[in-house]
Ligand binder design. Structure first.
Ligand code: C5P
Length: 225
């Protein structure tokens, strides 16, 4: 992969703050940004609108056929902005079920790699450093305790005027972690060469500054990646 654009991979469990961190790191470095979870959520949305269940073949076809454009905060599905619809807990949970299907994962692989464009890419998800971009210049595994993540998600939903229940959010997150970590393909786990960052007791700005610092160090020491 000599001379390919550099990738900063940020993986971690649900609500670990990786989306905020990754998009702000991309901004600081002037890199493109891929939120890979949005692709799994899109497959969940399109298939549930079509009344589909969890049939692997059918879902893999949906995954290969996604007509999606990411522009700023918008996610345009055949021209319709579905960014808000993708964020629901129901779509997150369906995405997690769908993400355990190997044919869906392979159908999304090349699409994800296509986001790797000059001058570079920051990608967040579960398997960015392990499967999709194993040659990433920097791999970060961002985590936080279930309690802290449930509180963050609760606050996010409250801020948007969406009613939520802390105990059930916490149960859902723990169940999703369990499913993501124990599936047969691309399970949620830090790459052996990932730097693990626990953000439970750190303000988000400090986490962002730390990742930008690591990224600059890696990019300067490997200018041709
Ligand atoms: O990151 P987000 O919560 O939006 O992802 C939704 C679901 O998609 C996750 O629970 C996970 O199962 C799946 N996913 C994945 N691999 C990725 C990104 C997301 O399996 N790279």
């Amino acid at each position: 992969m000599k001379n390919a654009s550099p990738v900063i991979a940020i993986d971690g469990p649900s609500a670990s703050g990786k989306g905020t961190v990754a998009s702000r790191v991309a901004e600081a470095l002037g890199f493109h940004y891929l939120e890979s979870g949005a692709l799994y959520r899109l497959v969940a949305l399109v298939s549930s609108r079509a009344g589909m269940g969890l049939e692997e073949n059918e879902l893999a076809k949906v995954a290969s056929g996604l007509d999606v454009t990411f522009t700023g905060d918008q996610v345009l599905l055949a021209g319709e902005d579905v960014a808000e619809a993708l964020r629901s807990e129901a779509m997150g949970n369906r995405a997690s079920d769908i993400a355990s299907l190997p044919d869906v994962r392979s159908a999304l692989l090349e699409r994800q790699r296509g986001f790797r464009q000059p001058p570079g890419l920051v990608a967040d998800g579960r398997d960015m450093g392990t499967v999709v971009f194993p040659d990433a210049a920097l791999k970060v595994f961002l985590t936080a305790s279930v309690g802290v993540r449930a509180e963050r998600r609760y606050k996010q939903l409250n801020d948007k005027g969406i009613r939520a229940n802390l105990a059930s959010l916490s149960r859902d997150l723990a169940a999703r972690d369990e499913r993501d970590a124990n599936r047969a393909v691309a399970p949620l786990a830090p790459a052996p060469d990932a730097l693990v960052l626990d953000s439970s007791d750190q303000p988000v700005n400090q986490v962002i500054a730390q990742v930008v610092h690591w990224a600059r160090e890696k990019l300067e020491s490997k200018p041709d990646r």
